[in-house]
Write a protein that binds this ligand. Structure first.
Ligand code: PSU
Ligand code: MN
Length: 310
């Protein structure tokens, strides 16, 4: 067990009995974030996706651990009722790592971002997590300094993260440079083209690829062998024939970025604002693509979790 995995967790973190038992017995567990449910998807699709994802993970022989905050307690392995609560409650905040103490002290409900989810999952002893699109460096960050806490947390959190690259709303070149600086190995899954969330190819190439869950697991083990602390990022692209039309994507992106600037949106509101504009402007098409790539990432994450447990 790595030194920073708590043998006994503080009362602020509660691991469900099912997840605890699976971890103790060395059975595979896959962590899932909840900001995608609370701030990334509209109701009632969010609840459908949250419950269906868990069912699909279970069907693959893996225990799902959806992570979120309920009345200030960070829960690793939300119950069905708790997922329902976070998907429907009126007051649910978006919690990255720095928000966890605030949510705890104030007794808030929160969806956890990739950063907070990975951090909690690692402390509980979970080794794999899936998301839709990772956060990163926002466009204009040279002026705004807006870089997601997802990146520095990945630098310190030895988990394997499956994502469809990073969100296309970001400065992808800058994000890849930061991942390099932060020591995060990035590999494409069956490709060396780095994906950009709803589009299969960001235009940026990767040096390395893995072609199976076993190869991804071998990479995670090699990272552990060196005692390195950074996450391994497995970039899993949407199939080219299922992606959002790149021309539509580029047009809508320009409009969404202009709308965010006109509305003065900053900080943690930026990502949800842009994703929401995207969904509206594409008539829901980006939402369908988002759901499809997320589903594929959950399936691949489950396979990698099985390899690592095996
Ligand atoms: N993917 C989605 N919707 C989302 C997110 C990802 O389809 O809302 C979330 C993730 O939780 C990610 C976060 O960690 O957006 C990044 O937000 P920020 O740039 O504020 O760190
Ligand atoms: Mn930000």
């Amino acid at each position: 067990m790595p030194a920073d995995v708590h043998p006994t967790l503080p009362a602020a973190i509660r691991v469900s009995d099912e997840v605890r038992a699976a971890l103790d017995e060395g059975r595979p567990v896959l962590a899932l974030e909840s900001t995608i449910l609370t701030h990334g998807l509209p109701q009632p699709r969010n609840l459908e996706v949250g419950l269906r994802s868990e069912a699909e993970v279970r069907a693959a022989g893996v225990v799902p651990a959806t992570i979120g905050v309920v009345e200030g307690v960070a829960v690793v392995g939300l119950s069905r009722g708790e997922i329902e609560r976070l998907c429907t409650a009126a007051e649910v905040v978006k919690a990255s790592v720095r928000d966890l103490p605030i949510a705890r002290a104030k007794g808030l409900d929160a969806g956890t971002t990739v950063a907070a989810t990975a951090w909690l999952a690692h402390r509980a002893g979970i080794r794999v997590m899936s998301t839709g699109g990772l956060g990163g460096v926002h466009r204009g960050a040279a002026e705004s300094f807006d870089e997601s806490a997802d990146l520095p947390v990945l630098a310190e959190t030895p988990i394997t993260l499956v994502s469809a690259g990073v969100k296309s709303i970001l400065d992808i070149g800058a994000t890849l440079e930061r991942l390099e600086t932060l020591g995060v190995p990035v590999v494409g899954y069956r490709t060396t083209r780095f994906p950009a969330f709803t589009v299969a190819d960001s235009g940026f190439a990767l040096d390395y690829r893995v072609d199976s869950p076993a190869e991804a697991a071998a990479l995670a083990r090699a990272r552990d062998e060196f005692g390195q602390r950074a996450a391994v990022l497995v970039a899993n692209p949407i199939a080219a024939d299922r992606q959002l039309d790149p021309a539509l994507h580029d047009r809508v992106l320009g409009e969404a970025l202009a709308a965010a600037e006109a509305a003065g949106v900053t900080g943690h509101d930026t990502t949800p604002f842009l994703l929401d504009r995207f969904q509206r402007a594409t008539g829901g098409e980006s939402l369908e693509v988002n759901l499809e790539l997320y589903r594929a990432n959950v399936a691949l994450g489950a396979e990698i979790a099985r390899e690592l447990a095996g």
